[in-house]
Design a protein around this ligand. Structure first.
Ligand SMILES: [Zn+2]
Length: 295
């Protein structure tokens, strides 16, 4: 899935060993976790983080802005450490469960495109909530009771909208979809928009629990939607036997996706041609032999 880090351990290793920074903001938080786990005190940690920003000028070109960002994060982390609520563990997502009730709500939408979008947004919102709870725990009210979980898609910028539309396999990307459009196309009783600085959307159709329809375990780009499609239309979609990609079947017993099927046809034809050539060559000497004998 795009625009969401599902494996912080992998991301941190990527920074430390390969020097690859996928998300500048998240990289700072991961490096903080790394140094806090190592037991660095506040001064040493600050020094290391500022060095980190300084030594990656290509990513953090505006040093002042990023060092201020880091200072805020460090302050927040150390106030949580003082409370005993800071979680320096690294987040990894192994599964997301989708409930039958959620699918029923999504399936009330009129078109394939809307249903696909609503499903992808549901998965994003569930992951956001899981990550938030992992980081700061379940939210509680003033009386100390557990608050109802909320499911948000936050900071809905153009990149994020593009990611949602791409994951949902939508072809409307060329129209440069905007958040308003997203809200309009999904029914209003399913989404509560908060249009302010951070274009946030609260999804009202996500449930805390229920009867599980299916569990998503593979989050690689563009595969998540097929969990939903295979559940709703089990005979229309399948996984390519060669490359493992999901695709919509054109024929009932189709085993390969378009490109693998195409390559396979070509190789089959080449093999066939080679085989023919071999038989021809084998046949020739026999013919000569026969001629010789006749003389
Ligand atoms: Zn294939």
């Amino acid at each position: 899935m795009r625009k969401v880090n599902l494996n912080e351990k992998e991301a941190l290793e990527n920074i430390l060993t390969n020097n690859v920074i996928e998300s500048p903001a998240e990289a700072i938080e991961l490096m903080m976790k790394y140094y806090i786990q190592k037991g660095l005190d506040r001064d040493d940690l600050e020094e290391e983080i500022f060095n980190f920003i300084n030594s990656h000028e290509d990513v953090y070109s505006n040093y002042d802005w990023w060092s201020e960002f880091a200072s805020k994060k460090i302050n927040k982390a150390f106030s949580l450490i003082d409370n005993g609520t800071y979680n320096a563990n690294l987040f990894t997502l192994d599964k997301v469960e989708v409930y039958k009730e959620e699918i029923e709500t999504i399936n009330c939408l009129e078109t394939d495109e809307l249903r696909n979008l609503a499903f992808i947004m549901l998965v994003y919102a569930k992951i956001n909530t899981m990550k938030r709870e992992f980081k700061i725990g379940r939210q509680i009210d003033e009386k100390g009771n557990l608050k109802d979980r909320e499911y948000w898609i936050s900071n809905l910028d153009t990149d994020c909208i593009t990611a949602i539309f791409t994951e949902a396999g939508s072809k409307r990307l060329a129209l440069e979809p905007r958040m308003k459009e997203l809200v309009e196309i999904i029914k209003h009783d399913m989404i509560e928009p908060r249009c302010g600085k951070n274009n946030n959307l609260k999804l009202l159709y996500v449930k805390d629990e229920g009867e599980v329809a299916f569990t998503i375990k593979d989050f690689s780009d563009d595969t998540v939607i097929f969990n939903y499609l295979l559940y709703c239309y089990p005979n229309a979609y399948t996984k390519c036997e060669k490359c493992g990609k999901y695709f919509k079947k054109q024929k009932k017993n189709q085993m390969y996706c378009f490109s693998c099927g195409h390559t396979k046809q070509l190789t089959d034809r080449q093999l066939e041609a080679k085989q023919k050539e071999k038989t021809k060559q084998k046949a020739k000497p026999a013919l000569l032999k026969g001629k010789g004998k006749r003389k």
